[in-house]
Design a protein around this ligand. Structure first.
Ligand SMILES: Cc1ncc(COP(=O)(O)O)c(C=O)c1O
Length: 428
């Protein structure tokens, strides 16, 4: 049975206090210190309610979906399709037919690139991306551009390291056929002006894909209001398991796209020389899907809905507004993106004397998990003139006390590396 917490207005630290018991993984020591998990932008932790939904499915209901005329298959199919309805409602889609299960956002973008891109793009057509895109929103379009002769254009950053809307406006033209943009950057933390981006693209007849990996877990989303043609998200960043995510697409857009992969489930009739295809959403779901994971995604949606996406957003804003001035007060740090306007993540570096990996490893000794590296945004890091950065990212179960510990450990790590740097300079 899926146990969903009652909807209450949760503000301030009550959100963390209420939800913490649902995340047993957070209640452990790492290297002799209580775990402080600040790597949520890479992947969130999973509440018991989600794990129980997955386990219940395998314990009581497992069978293949849409196939058997027996009770278990019916139960599995019902739960699998009910989860799709939940996702549709969560993002305010018109119909659950507009939700295609995929393994992750990367697969969703590849689906659009191969299905829509290969069928609709020609030499000279333009695809607009931005320099802050995740590799998963760059590489598939490079494949398509190579095959079709389409041209990739990239929107730069403003002086405050945010999406440069003016530059975007100068790039959009009648040649633009697709705009594919991240909603919230996983490195800069900026919330991009997608309403204006989408409106302008549509004025020129271009389609728009929104990479919502870093927004869906943290903000209320309404795809109808947004008016994007496609939107992708990964379940594992929103309390669901790995191996499940979804692609939203407008019905008319999805209907006009050819299937991506062929096989079972996606067909209507198969003959030796040709086949006809199933309708939405099954046309894009070839083969046996990740049934338990999809059901657990539904449970994650229930969980987040019960907490309230507004509550989650407000609390994360409180956390990041608490963190940012403390990071800004550390003179050795360069923080990327606009410190005054951002989602719940902060990428920074103390380049020159600390490698991001050394910083992350030192914090790990204190039980603190942060990300180090290029965060799959190598072009952005190159644009910023660094090879990598460290990144702390919060979720609703984090607390201000954890942020205090993180900041004081970070200061200690910097002081330690500074002293080594000084010693080395004296020796030279
Ligand atoms: C903004 C953004 N887009 C896309 C992805 C790719 O997600 P996945 O690896 O789950 O497909 C990520 C993951 O870090 C991300 O942060």
């Amino acid at each position: 049975m899926i146990v969903v917490p009652k909807l209450i207005s949760l503000t301030s630290e009550t959100l963390a206090t209420k939800t913490r018991p649902d995340f047993p993984i957070l209640n452990q020591d790492i290297n002799g210190h209580p775990l402080i998990y600040l790597d949520n932008a890479a992947s969130s932790q999973k509440p018991l309610q989600v794990m129980n939904a997955w386990r219940d499915y395998y314990e009581y209901d497992h069978s293949n979906v849409h196939r058997g005329a027996h009770t278990l298959s019916r139960r599995a199919t019902e739960a699998y399709e009910a989860a799709r309805e939940k996702v549709a409602k969560f993002i305010q889609a018109r119909s659950s037919d507009e939700i295609i299960y995929v393994r992750n956002a990367t697969e969703g973008i590849n689906l659009v690139a191969y299905s829509w891109g290969m069928a609709n793009l020609q030499a000279g057509d333009e695809i607009i991306l931005s320099v802050m895109e995740h590799h998963s929103n760059i590489v598939p379009w490079q494949f398509v551009a190579e095959k079709t002769g389409a041209v990739l254009k990239f929107v730069n950053l403003t002086d405050t390291e945010e999406f440069d809307l003016e530059h975007y406006k100068s790039l959009v033209s009648d040649r633009t056929k697709l705009v594919s943009i991240v909603h919230i950057s996983n490195t800069l933390g900026c919330v991009n002006p997608i309403a204006e981006i989408i409106k302008l693209a549509h004025d020129y007849g271009a389609k728009v894909l929104i990479d919502a990996c870093q927004s869906i877990p943290h903000l209320p989303i309404n795809v109808q209001e947004m008016d994007c043609d496609w939107l992708v998200a990964s379940g594992h960043k929103m309390c669901a398991p790995t191996g499940i995510g979804f692609l939203y697409g407008k019905t008319e857009v999805l209907n006009a796209m050819p299937p991506f992969m062929g096989g079972g489930e996606m067909i209507s009739e198969v003959y030796l020389d040709h086949s006809t295809y199933a309708g939405l959403p099954h046309k894009f779901e070839a083969g046996t899907p990740a049934i338990g994971e999809a059901i657990a995604l539904g449970a994650a949606v229930d969980y987040l809905t019960a907490l309230g996406m507004e509550n989650i957003h407000n609390y994360e804003q409180e956390l990041i507004n608490y963190l940012m001035p403390q990071l800004q007060a550390i003179p050795e740090l360069k923080i990327y993106g606009n410190p005054n306007h951002r989602a719940g993540l902060a990428a920074f570096s103390a380049s020159g004397f600390i490698h991001a990996h050394d910083m992350a490893e030192m914090l790990d000794q204190e039980g603190i998990a942060i990300r180090a590296g290029h965060h799959c945004t190598q072009p952005l890091h190159r644009y910023l003139g660094v090879s990598g950065s460290a990144r702390a990212s919060v979720y609703f179960y984090n607390t201000k006390a954890e942020i205090d510990t993180f900041v004081s450990s970070l200061k200690e790590a910097i002081a330690f590396f500074l002293s080594i740097d000084l010693m080395q300079q004296q020796e030279e």
